[in-house]
Design a protein around this ligand. Structure first.
Ligand SMILES: NC(=O)c1ccc[n+]([C@@H]2O[C@H](COP(=O)([O-])OP(=O)(O)OC[C@H]3O[C@@H](n4cnc5c(N)ncnc54)[C@H](OP(=O)(O)O)[C@@H]3O)[C@@H](O)[C@H]2O)c1
Length: 237
């Protein structure tokens, strides 16, 4: 396939964890990738080895609205179009109901809720032009149900889910299909730090999340998957 026909997918937080696994999976497939990374010099060698014409690494900090704009602009300048956006970058502060830590609530609101919405808004006109634009929002089971005491994280992910559903509705007529992926624990730095009591090997693997993302991107407009729940433990939701 000619390079110009390859779809252009943007991935936030591509340097480690789930975002890295998605990036490595899509690199093996037929895409040009635009990676939004807080410190582009932190991109793993395995990813940056891809030929230059098919890969853009751009600075993206979810706390900085101007970097979202410049990442979108750089993507258009390099590739001329955007066909997909993977909203993956996120943070977890374990602040609980009775903790007086409003700065941490604000931080999660900024990074987990406002930032993906901003990218979606900026990407939307380009996804419309695609006629088969795709958005995959990496949410969390914490955006679907409350189980513990991570109140701020849950609030931010419920909000992100609301934005995701709104995008699904608003993009439908123009061929934009939006999927939210709600996972339980996934093996990553996030869970090593914040859920040390749960064995990593019993958690969902990032490569399996990446497999799902890959499959979703291949589905035509007539067969969208609005929501995926992946959970390493049994739960009735
Ligand atoms: N792990 C789980 O159990 C789990 C479950 C459900 C949902 N999720 C969600 O999955 C997504 C990825 O999580 P993960 O497990 O892969 O976590 P991770 O290993 O901690 O990786 C987080 C990624 O987000 C990036 N990021 C954080 N803050 C950022 C900012 N201000 N601007 C730009 N990028 C930023 C990080 O970049 P740096 O390297 O620069 O920090 C990193 O690439 C998150 O949205 C998370 O909420 C994770």
């Amino acid at each position: 396939m000619k390079i110009a026909n390859k779809k252009v997918i943007m991935i936030s937080g591509a340097n480690r964890g789930i975002g890295r696994a998605i990036t490595e999976k899509l690199q093996q497939e037929n895409y040009r990738l635009s990676l939004g990374i807080r410190n582009p010099e932190h991109i793993p060698d395995s990813i940056s080895a891809q030929v230059d014409s098919e890969l853009l690494c751009h600075k993206y900090d979810a706390r900085d609205s101007s970097s979202a704009k410049s990442w979108i602009e750089a993507t258009i300048n390099r590739f001329g179009c955007i066909d997909g956006l993977i909203n993956n970058a996120g943070i977890l502060h374990t602040t609980g109901l009775e903790d007086d830590e409003e700065d941490l609530l604000d931080d999660m609101w900024e990074v987990n809720a406002k930032a993906p919405l901003r990218l979606t808004r900026l990407a939307f006109p380009h996804l419309r032009k695609s006629g088969a634009g795709r958005i995959v929002d990496i949410i969390s089971m914490s955006g679907k149900r409350v189980k513990g005491n991570w109140v701020g994280y849950s609030m931010s992910k419920y909000a992100a889910l609301a934005a995701s559903h709104t995008a699904r509705l608003q993009g439908w007529e123009d061929g934009i299909r939006v999927t939210n992926i709600c996972t339980g624990f996934v093996q990553s730095d996030m869970t090593i730090t914040n859920a040390p009591a749960f064995p990593q090997q019993e958690m969902t693997r990032p490569v399996d999340v990446a497999q799902v993302v890959s499959s979703i991107l291949l589905l035509p407009n007539e067969s969208p998957v609005p929501e995926v729940m992946m959970n390493c433990v049994f739960e009735i939701v």
